[in-house]
Unconditional design. Structure first.
Lengths: 287, 320
């Protein structure tokens, strides 16, 4: 599929057994993601072409690039949420700790339980209380935890998301009663509660004020100690502040597919980009 | 009747306004207000609109007034504690018809709400391609199906199974379901479509299968609207007469068994009291009007419920 030099993988396709939903059955998992020759389509339209990229575990990787370059689409392909859209599909290979997420017989549901996601617009479930929102992953899957276990999980996840002190007295209130920044942190707590290895964040701060943005950025740095974090951002400064590695995507024109232009350690990419297009974008000359 | 002219254009261009003195206003805007012709047209339109409202409201007010005035003559305790069994003149009541209406309506809702909701879930969450298009078209046609046709369909169905001339409350419920199912599908589909797509995606992103996301996220989020739609569906069929006349028939006696024998209902009670009066015609008329008043009250209660329930559900959630 691609002409890039073959990078050895542990096992090309481990199938369903390699992707247990139960977090306790995957001790020692790292959350290392490899993309090889990934194409994303909307119907017959090729939106992202031939992306090969290594995403290191326990670090923040930022996807940057102009609008329409396919960075959000690629992000959604990593947890197989891209294909939920009518007519959308992806091919190529994306592996998580060696297991091909697009292998035959792999259940997208199992993939998503290991690759969590935070969306651009904070979307707590309106029919659920703050507490139930945190436990939503378990509630939806029908695994109602005992009250004490549930309480502990709610507290630890809300503490992780730096939200505990603000909501501990109103856990039974609806999630929609919080401010925008609080709602986004609630969504992070909700994503963390199902114990994924990877957290995908699709422009998580674009609808937030600067103070809330700073709080989320700080949180991303902390989360990267335990999770592989991939963040799509339009904000160059944010990519510079939070990410260890940056991947720059671009698109050559309308109707053309988005492509990966270059990827590397954020410091290197920002100070000494190898490709002129990257320098132009970072310097604000286009995009 | 006094008609106030509708406000027109900018209110600052009147003769008393100091706006005209403003040098920044271009000369063409410096007028002394709307022309006489425009004012006349405005007044004319206002009169026409108010008259239309009056023409619409008069029959409604008159109908409510008549039903209350005439119906209240027999709105006594005996009306709700007696059937018409053995009654040929004064007295009697509509307990048998009220019981029948409650039973048949409950049976109809039990059939229609799950069916209609399931179809709506299929259409909003899974339906793609030809089958979905066909289902949608079928629902569109069924919404406008004449109720007598629904009655004949149920009559034919039960005649085939249980022999010709079979009448029962259940057959009535099936006939009414033919009318109510498309109503529930329509309203539920609308409400489900209003649940934001990003909530579904958020649910899927937590590693849950689609049907669980629908069960735990989409349905609870839509619950207030779904409840309201179901209640309005009940309000739609509770006054149906023609299909019940055909398949549930009429009786003067109590019948608590949906599966066996004729069962009276309020609309059919009203019709039969009026159409086949006994010797004391006034007593039959009074009972018909009392039945009409009770039926109207039921519909009003259902309409109020449909409005009051959604905010109540939301409030319960807030205070949980």
């Amino acid at each position: 599929m691609t002409a890039t030099a073959p990078i050895p993988t542990a096992t090309p396709s481990l199938g369903l057994a390699a992707l247990p939903i139960d977090p306790d059955q995957r001790k020692g998992a790292l959350g290392q993601i490899s993309l090889r020759g990934v194409n994303c389509y909307y119907g017959s339209h090729l939106a992202v072409a031939d992306v090969s990229l290594e995403i290191p575990p326990r670090a923040v990787t930022a996807f940057i690039g102009p609008s329409g370059c396919g960075k959000s689409t690629l992000l959604r392909a990593i947890n197989r949420l891209h294909e939920v859209i009518l007519g959308a599909r992806a091919d190529g290979s994306i592996t998580l700790d060696g297991a091909n997420l697009y292998g035959n017989g792999v259940d997208p549901v199992a993939v998503r339980s290991r690759v969590g996601m935070v969306f651009q617009k904070a979307n707590p479930f309106p029919a659920m209380s703050i507490r139930d929102n945190v436990l939503a992953g378990l509630i939806i899957r029908g695994q109602r935890r005992g009250s004490k276990v549930g309480d502990d999980l709610v507290e630890s996840c809300l503490r992780r998301a730096h939200l505990w002190d603000e909501v501990k007295d109103r856990l039974r209130k609806p999630g929609g009663s919080l401010s925008g920044g609080q709602q986004q942190r609630l969504c992070i707590a909700r994503a963390v509660a199902v114990r994924p290895e990877v957290l995908l964040m699709d422009e998580p701060c674009s609808a937030l004020d600067p103070i809330s943005t700073l709080a989320i950025e700080e949180l991303m740095r902390e989360l990267a100690r335990d999770y592989t974090v991939v963040v799509v951002t339009h904000n160059m400064a944010q990519a510079g502040r939070v990410s260890d590695r940056t991947a720059f995507f671009s698109v050559s024109g309308a109707g053309q597919p988005g492509r990966l232009i270059e990827a590397g350690p954020t410091a290197d990419l920002f100070s000494a980009p190898k490709v002129p297009a990257t320098r132009d974008y970072i310097d604000g000359r286009f995009g | 009747m006094s008609v106030t002219a509708l406000p027109m254009g900018g209110g600052h261009t009147g003769p008393g306004s100091d706006f005209a003195a403003d040098a920044a206003v271009p000369p063409m805007l410096k007028t002394s207000g709307p022309s006489l012709w425009r004012r006349a047209k405005n007044r004319l339109a206002a009169v026409a609109v108010v008259a239309a409202v009056a023409v619409t409201a008069i029959p409604l007010v008159s109908m409510i007034w008549t039903a209350v005035a005439r119906g209240s003559q027999r709105l006594d305790l005996a009306l709700f504690t007696n059937s018409m069994y053995g009654v040929v003149g004064q007295g009697g009541g509509l307990l048998h018809a009220l019981t029948g209406t409650v039973l048949i309506t409950a049976a109809t809702a039990t059939i229609s709400v799950p069916l209609g909701l399931a179809a709506a879930i299929y259409l909003t969450e899974y339906g793609r391609g030809q089958l979905a298009a066909l289902t949608r078209r079928a629902v569109d046609v069924m919404v406008s199906i004449p109720s007598i046709v629904a009655g004949l369909a149920a009559y034919a169905l039960f005649s085939m199974i249980l022999g010709p001339g079979t009448r029962s409350g259940l057959a009535g419920a099936v006939a009414l379901s033919i009318i109510m199912v498309p109503v529930v599908v329509r309203s539920s589909e609308e409400v489900l479509a209003m649940v934001p797509g990003d909530l579904r995606e958020a649910g899927l992103a937590l590693g849950a299968p689609r049907y669980r996301v629908i069960r735990r996220i989409v349905l609870p989020t839509a619950l207030p609207g779904l409840t309201s739609g179901a209640v309005l569906g009940v309000a739609r069929i509770i006054g149906e007469t023609a299909p019940l006349l055909l398949v549930a028939g009429f009786t003067d006696a109590m019948n608590y068994n949906l599966a066996d024998g004729r069962m009276a209902t309020l609309p059919v009670f009203i019709y039969s009291q009026w159409s086949s009066k006994g010797l004391d015609a006034a007593a039959y008329d009074q009972r018909a009007w009392a039945g009409a008043l009770v039926l109207m009250a039921l519909v009003v209660v259902l309409q109020v419920l449909a409005r009051a329930l959604p905010p109540q559900i939301a409030k319960l959630r807030r205070n949980r």
